[in-house]
Ligand binder design. Structure first.
Ligand code: HEM
Length: 382
């Protein structure tokens, strides 16, 4: 009996002491020790990150984190004037080379802008796109159908890189060379001058199958798939519409648009959403629907193919004029149409937002610090 009394007294004492104490334990401690959040909800998964490589969330990225590909996180190690001590002339060398090329080949501006997009969306801004081969013998990104023979501008990057190597050997990465060249191309296309971020390093690998694996959009993708892909890279609908404003410079080959003028959805009729004027325009350039693939002539996206203006959006709003089917979807969906309308009426806002988003694009999943390498030539690993 004595034993039972002692036992009951001990339990009572324990409760008298512990219950008030528990009331003062901070809620987060419950999470930490795995008891949920103290409000009867499921515990939230912890975001995994390496404290050595802090994440920086730019613009709407924080909001997108739930859907974004975690591999596409950006890093704080990038900074302006990265080469101010190691290669002070780097940015000027790039700027002079791009300006020189522009004099004889103004299309180069559009070429490099597209190169940056295709490099950054596949694995990150790591110059994987520039490799001609990798030691494993696997097909490199350049060989992917999404890049194929239609990707131009790599020779300009080679040119700039060899100038940089002469000035400061193995110092400026190919990934930075591409971003710096693109930044310069944007300025020459009419955007406000800004200094590019530097500090990227070059990857040792490049795989065509990664480019094929829903990382680069095709011109006949439905809007849903475009939105999903851009979200995975950290860009919301508004940001996607603004980045697509890049289709204000350069051209598309007839391969990608002819069907809209000649044989939309196997009907032998034009795309019914295209005004007759645009159908005629396409037919005038894309004369022969039977021209072999990749031999078709290019058609400028708009009337000013070397100026990054808002004509792409104005043409859409005022004349329902688009060349790529994917661009046409932007005007007809409530998730994207308001941004098209806004960009069509506010050229300054387009310039400002486009520059910001190209900067954000240039930070996707970069290699920094001791990762990767600084290639001697952009076409092969060291
Ligand atoms: C849904 C998204 C996109 C699709 C389906 C798409 C598709 C295409 C296609 C089919 C071409 C024509 C290629 C050729 O015939 O040589 C093209 C050209 C181009 N794209 Fe895109 N693109 C997309 C997004 C972007 C983005 C986000 C950028 C840049 C930020 C971009 C920049 C360019 C540029 C500058 C050109 C002209 C290239 C030149 O003239 O050399 N595109 N795009």
């Amino acid at each position: 009996m004595k034993m039972v009394g002692f036992f009951i007294t001990t339990i009572l004492m324990f409760h008298l002491v512990m219950v008030p104490c528990v009331a003062f334990i901070p809620r987060e401690w419950f999470n930490f020790i795995g008891f949920g959040n103290g409000e009867g909800q499921k515990p939230q998964p912890l975001l995994k990150y390496d404290p050595g490589e802090p994440l920086v969330l730019i613009g709407n990225e924080a909001e997108n984190l739930g859907t974004a590909d975690p591999a596409m996180a950006t890093r704080t190690d990038l900074r302006e004037k990265f080469y101010s001590r190691t290669c002070p002339k780097a940015e000027k060398i790039v700027a002079d080379a791009v300006a020189d090329t522009f004099k004889t080949n103004p299309n180069a501006l559009a070429n490099v802008i597209r190169l940056q997009f295709h490099d950054c969306f596949v694995g990150g801004c790591d110059a994987s796109l520039l490799l001609d081969y990798i030691p494993s013998g696997d097909q490199v990104e350049k060989r992917s159908g999404f890049n194929g023979l239609l990707l131009k501008g790599a020779d300009l990057i080679d040119d700039i890189k060899s100038k940089l190597e002469q000035e400061c050997p193995q110092t400026v990465s190919c990934a930075d060379t591409l971003v710096f060249a693109t930044n310069e191309a944007l300025i020459l296309s009419g955007l406000p001058r800004q200094r590019p971020l530097g500090g990227r390093r070059d990857t040792l690998t490049s795989l065509a199958k990664m480019a094929d694996d829903n990382n680069l959009p095709a011109p006949n993708w439905p809007l849903e798939k475009m939105i999903e892909t851009f979200k995975r890279k950290g860009f919301n609908e508004e940001e996607m519409v603004i980045l697509l404003g890049a289709h204000s410079v350069g051209s598309t080959h007839c391969d990608f648009i002819m069907y809209r003028a000649y044989n939309y959805k196997e009907t032998n009729q034009p795309d019914p959403t295209l005004p007759q004027g645009v159908v005629d325009e396409i037919k005038k350039v894309c004369v022969d629907a039977n021209t072999p693939k990749y031999r078709n002539p290019p058609m400028n996206f708009d009337e000013t193919p070397t100026v990054l203006d808002n004509l792409f959006y104005k043409n859409m709003v005022e004349r329902n004029r688009t060349l790529l089917e994917t661009d046409a979807y932007l005007l007809n969906d409530p998730r994207t149409a308001p941004t098209v309308q806004q960009m069509a009426t506010d050229p300054e806002l387009f310039h400002k937002r486009f520059m910001e988003l190209m900067k954000k694009l240039s930070t996707l999943n970069v290699l920094t610090g001791k990762d990767g390498e600084i290639r001697k030539t952009c076409r092969s690993t060291n």
